[in-house]
Ligand binder design. Structure first.
Ligand code: SF4
Length: 59
């Protein structure tokens, strides 16, 4: 499972990057990107995002 990112909502705060236990997220420009091959759908990033820019299918 790969996290979905709302690029319009993301404010590039970086909290999700720090929260991800498998280092699947990184900041690029004005929003966050995901390494699809690393994301395991854990959902810690969804919990910390202050603007609800992330969603995890199945969570
Ligand atoms: S926590 Fe939310 S607003 Fe912050 S970088 Fe991640 S997706 Fe963007």
């Amino acid at each position: 499972m790969v996290v979905k990112i709302d690029e319009d909502a993301c404010i590039a705060c970086g909290l999700c990057v720090d929260a991800c236990p498998v280092d699947a997220l990184y900041l690029e420009g004005d929003f966050v990107q995901v390494y699809a091959d690393k994301c395991e759908g854990i959902g810690d990033c969804v919990a910390v995002c202050p603007v609800d820019a992330l969603s995890c299918p199945g969570k």
